[in-house]
Write a protein that binds this ligand. Structure first.
Ligand code: NAG
Ligand code: NAG
Length: 387
């Protein structure tokens, strides 16, 4: 079985960009597919398969508390949306934006994997490509004017088994769930000369922030006719400031949990259904926590489960309901949730159409392997997600 890895690269390039020019910076967003928090050497992966990403972190800023907006594949939707928006806005400023979607179907590099190919091989290929991209920026002399942000779309798909998925480090469960393993992502920001090298930001941040941050560093004002959920992280990147903000964990339209500071408060728990579980699909293999990784959708809104992620990153030991700590956190989070629900304007999904024809049937390099596939006829339909 091949491991498919997707990078969405959003590259907004100023026309005639040269080192030290007065134009806004280049922005590159690298969004990995299903890469887990624990896959990077810099986050403790023991086999050290990511020397280039580790170096990127050493030259930039590491985010151990970075989240995706959704625990399953929203990646390219979000990327496309951002691209679309930036290209419209930036063209007004004489900046050319283009978007390229690069699918690397792994088992491509004959050098690294011959007959079989594991997730680790895929990660090494990716790491190597990222090293080449950064080296190229340096060779062009535009690294001081280029913000590169690396992250992943959701946690590792641990249901696929240890050889076909990544690692979520110390975190509970994986992709599709709102436990930390599903939504906490590896993240690195790199911008030599602007982002101080070798820094770690403990900012609670989200992939949604990349939109507001990109506009800010490009000097573009966001539209003021709507609420934008993302935060402008430029004070974090440039000055290592800490901004107070909650993180909301959604599964479909359901707000499942909220994080404030080190505390995570679960209003609903669910791993997957008994029906799915009984067919052998396990989102939390070897990690069942009674009353937490539930197979029915359990409501805890009257008495949420609260964990201290600093002391208990694996979400195993709920804080006692009787404790003062629990009461304090509960009081604080209730105010945050009430405000959130008051401000929330439910959106209509705009990117919920599926079409097999737009999948990447012939990734670069498929000719050499004789594995290019002919795309089927376009036949779009409205997708229905089970979760
Ligand atoms: C980029 O910034 C670094 C660090 O401030 C500096 O040493 C280097 O000379 C700069 N390079 C260019 C091409 O401006
Ligand atoms: C960083 O701090 C400096 C000095 O306080 C300030 O002038 C600058 O605006 C800050 N930059 C950002 C992006 O917050």
């Amino acid at each position: 079985m091949s491991v498919k890895t997707v990078i969405c690269v959003l590259w907004a390039v100023s026309v005639g960009q040269t080192a030290g020019s007065q134009h806004g910076p280049n922005i590159i967003i690298m969004l990995m597919d299903d890469m887990g928090w624990g896959d990077l050497g810099v986050f403790g992966e023991p086999s050290k398969e990511t020397p280039n990403l580790d170096l990127m972190a050493a030259q930039g800023m590491l985010f151990p508390n970075f989240y995706t907006a959704n625990p399953l594949c929203s990646p390219c939707m979000c990327c496309f949306w951002a691209c679309l928006y930036l290209s419209i806005t930036m063209s007004l400023f004489g900046i050319l934006a283009y978007c390229c979607l690069l699918h690397i179907t792994v088992c491509c590099g004959k050098t690294l994997c011959d007959l079989s190919c594991s997730y680790g091989d895929a990660v090494m290929e990716l790491d190597d490509s990222i090293g080449q991209i950064l080296a190229h920026l340096v060779s062009l002399g535009i690294h001081n004017n280029t913000l590169v942000f690396f992250t992943s779309d959701n946690g590792a798909a641990v249901m696929s088994g240890p050889h076909q998925s990544g690692s979520n480090g110390p975190f509970l469960c994986g992709k599709e769930t709102t436990f930390e393993g599903g939504m906490r992502e590896p993240a690195i920001a790199w911008w030599p000369g602007r982002i101080p090298a070798g820094t770690v930001s403990h900012q609670l941040a989200s992939v949604m922030d990349l939109f507001s941050t990109s506009l800010s560093v490009a000097g573009v004002l966001p539209p003021d006719d709507r609420v934008i959920d993302g935060l402008d992280l430029s004070p974090v990147l440039i000055n290592n400031s800490l901004l107070d903000r909650p993180i909301f964990y959604y599964r479909g339209n359901q707000m499942m949990a909220v994080r404030i500071g080190q505390y995570k408060v679960h209003y609903w728990t669910w791993s997957n259904s008994w029906e799915e579980f009984n067919t052998g699909i396990n989102f939390c293999p070897g990690q069942e926590v009674p009353g937490v990784t539930t197979h029915t959708q359990e409501e805890h809104t009257m008495q949420p489960l609260i964990f201290h992620l600093g002391q208990d990153p694996g979400e195993r030991y709920p804080i006692s309901v009787q404790s003062e700590e629990y009461q304090d956190v509960h009081r604080q989070v209730t105010a945050v949730v009430e405000q959130h629900q008051k401000d929330l304007i439910p959106g209509m999904p705009q990117l919920n159409m599926c079409d097999l024809a737009v999948m990447n049937w012939s990734p670069p390099g498929c000719e050499q392997l004789g594995k290019c596939l002919k795309p089927p006829e376009s036949n779009p339909w409205k997708c229905v997600w089970p979760h």
